[in-house]
Design a protein around this ligand. Sequence first.
Ligand SMILES: [Zn+2]
Length: 277
Amino acid sequence: MWRAATRLGGVIAIVLLTAQPQGVLGQDHGGGASQPAAVSCARSSFRVVVDVGHTLDVPGANSARGVPEYAFNLQLAREIKQALADAGFEQAVLMITGTAPWRGLFERATRANAMHANLFIAIHHDSVPDNLKHIWEYAGQKNEFNDDYPGYAIFISEDNADPAGSLLFGSLLGRELEHRGLHYTPHYTLALMGHRRRILVDAAAGVYRYDQLIVLRATRMPAVLLEAGSIVNRQEELELASPERRSLTSAAIVAAVENFCAMRTRPPVVKAAVSGH
Ligand SMILES: [Zn+2]
């Protein structure tokens, strides 16, 4: 997996070199991350696909209290889609998939490509590897938990058709989440994560590189996967189940989409800033 470190894409490498320690977006974005975008974008034609991670039948991780991840993903993704629509992104699509992996993963990308989406956001909730889980009893049932690694995480793939766009949106999103008092989990860089260990490509925003993710590498538009928080964490699970937390995350996504859309409306400026050319 560390072969990846030696072939860090030129774009990301340049951005990291020029932007540290402030992260990909540089210094001028710190305080104004949630301010309205300076340039308006064509919101009504900017299509965001909000992908509900996993399926009803193969629902992903189990929370510390035994609730399947899919239920968290569906509820949050619905609210994000609604928040985007309320903000004028009428073309936002809630993508629900019934086909199990692996076919279902390719199907998500194929559908997003066919509808010429401008941005793809996969919504997930995080767990930990099995060897890091502990047992407790909740409501008379034995459940697994891990309280050590709360926080969100954002993943991008360098194999996506637009890795620079993916990183840009991931960085914008992380900034908006941090701006609202949420914090990313740094544990993906730890050795104990084994083959799940990832390279942190934006240390200010919590953006990791995970090239192999099918929904990110098979999509032809900028794409990120958001782990909205850890549902195996007993405290964070309660927060993630609350309307307040969902609303914070939705608002951060809308703000990031607004900024991304506006920046993409002025490609010459963005290109120069992001690619270092
Ligand atoms: Zn998941």
